[in-house]
Design a protein around this ligand. Sequence first.
Ligand SMILES: [Zn+2]
Length: 437
Amino acid sequence: MVKYEYGGDACEDVLGGLQKIIHLQWNQPVRILIHVADCPSHGRRYHDLPEHKDHYLSSDNDGTIGQELFDKFVQLDLKYFFGRLTSHTDKMMEQFIQFGQKRISIEEINLKNFQNLLPFIVESISRSISKTTSSLLKSHSIVENNHQNTKISRISRISFDSIEPDWLNIPMKKVQVIKYQCNDQLVCEQINQSTNIKIAEKPFAEGAMRLAFYGLMQNKDKWEKVVLKKYKKIHNDIDMKEKYLELLDCQTIADHLAQEFNKLSLSTNESTSTMKKIKFIMTKLVFDPESEGNVHFFTIERFIDGSYKKFSNNAGYVNHEDPAVTLQAFSHWTYERTNGNMIVVDLQGIDIGDNQTYLLTDPCIHSTDLTRFGRTNLGKPGIKRFFETHICNSICQTLKLKMIENQSVTKTSSKYDSYFIEKKSFIINKSISSKHS
Ligand SMILES: [Zn+2]
């Protein structure tokens, strides 16, 4: 335990306290930081308190101390739980999220509801690992206050509306759409289209990095229900477009590989009964160049009702409760198919209940080409990590996939053994979405 205290003013040496964390002995693979605070860190970028409340107002003016700190947390693979006591820490936590980007999971603990912190943490970790219900500074109140349609997210101060709007009151917009298509060499090309959409004014859910909005998209004379996702404002627009295109690239490549893999399963006689089909939800980029000065980007995908599940992550996590052998074998197969240059991981999606198909979204690709697929592409170390926990199953064997050097042959990991880098998983809460089905 590291304690930080400073008596003189309302602010505290939070950064100093957190820096001590780095020098603790971190021997175990699951590394948890529980941070409880009622006061923000010194420095104008961490709070909006009056000047006399902070004797070190110019502390970490340019944010470099905080940034370095979080870069180290990322290296340590810390899972960060924050116990919020007052609103004074909100600006600080917004800063921390920016420092962490999507590389570290930060989850808010609701201290009021939990007399005993430990069971909550244990429950939280197992939940986040096994069911993809964790997200960055998740607003618990979405879950708790189902009866309230609108609520204010405490940390992000974003106003939410969990109810689908009355579409008659939402104006239609003509927007540009970019779709990716890839060839057998796994190179993508852009296809430009335009379409009419309607977007709900307020988001209905938030993930680590993005907000999710209900929407409608015109398809000939029909309106289809869609989900639009938008990054929370952190980067400038040029960076943003790149980030969205990386998502499209990733999803398109993953789906192309899945289609090849599905054909493979047809031609293999053995084990086909246990082999399911894999599909990735088609994602497109929407941008609205008409809004003055600002270009608004969204990803758009079909709205699918169902419960979200996480099967693997980008750091070697395997969900042993639902071993999803097909998906495990698929990841392994993508490595062979690409001659060891790529592996598709972080497999999460919707159980659509037919027991035949995995409908997946937001995969990660580790690639030897580090210029593609964004920050979650961990390159060769990411590939290595997959094989550290991957145990070849009957489908791997049927497909005659080769074991790689140092691959584990026995089950060494439990569901608590690996901490994963929380990426971009969305909570689409069942109780909310089921209202609209
Ligand atoms: Zn395998």
